[in-house]
Design a protein around this ligand. Sequence first.
Ligand code: SD4
Length: 334
Amino acid sequence: MNRKSFLKLGSLGLASFKNITLGLSPSIKPIVVSTWDSGMPVNAAAWTILSVNGSALDAVEAGAMHIENEINCCVGLGGYPDRDGIVTLDACIMDEQSNCGAVAGLEQIKHPVSVARKVMELTPHVILVGDGAQQFALENGFKKEARVLSADAEKAYKEWLQKSEYKPVINIENKTQNGPFAPNFFEDGSANHDTMGLVALDGAGNLSGAVTTSGMAFKLHGRVGDSPIIGAGLFVDNEVGAATSSGVGEEVIRICGTHLVVEFMRQGLSPSQACKRAVERIVHRNPAKAKSLQVGFLALNKKGEYGGWAVQKGFVFSVKSSLENKIYPAKYSL
Ligand code: SD4
């Protein structure tokens, strides 16, 4: 190591130390942040690419694919079905040049995030839905998987069918656990989140993001949430930062949530303050309703600083860089 790079490393370390003592996230690259504690293995998959100078785009796709592979997880084909017992998947991806692609209501395809990337790279469009998305996937070499529910999903669906109560409440860890509708909980009380959103900053200083989900459990067939919608579930602006969301997608769509977070960062707010302001927009619109819903935002800026904020207690996010590999609880408004 020559003197110049040693000094650079020293000042970086010092800046990080200063930030940590001030309670701010350190400024560093590469870095990947993702929603929930299930983001830890996702970040590890993304890190295999970021740590060898790979692109943020490849890293976020690898991270999302990792969790889509987990058949007993909540996100991909192992996720909970819609009201009719069919698993439909939503995903999107966005790169540093504002290229983006998405799929919604995709059935029987294991890696919706990769189909979304193909939509971005091979078509002049941004979103493909339903049968058209599946047709496009098959034409591009993706395999059609059998239509089977994972053991967890089948059990939960059978239980839900007993009442067939259409009362989607998601991600409120402290409130739904004993409530009438708690699709995100296993018997042992552990959470089963159905969305993975991740954003990354690579060594070259470029940002990208991806989201993949089976959507809200037992949703109406055809319902699309925020996750595949650019500006709602994911937004990347390479000059400013990137953001992703989890929670009740309808609330995020109504305020163009992640676009709003990025715009707040553009105005100079830190990632966590930007997320807070977007959450406040949801709460302010309807404070009574906000008490019974959860939305969490997670943001990363161009400097590698990150932060999250949620409507309620319970939203956590995972961070991986050369400085740390950790899960953080997000602060919350209510
Ligand atoms: C949706 N935002 O479909 C997703 C659900 C989610 O963890 O985030 N679940 O509305």
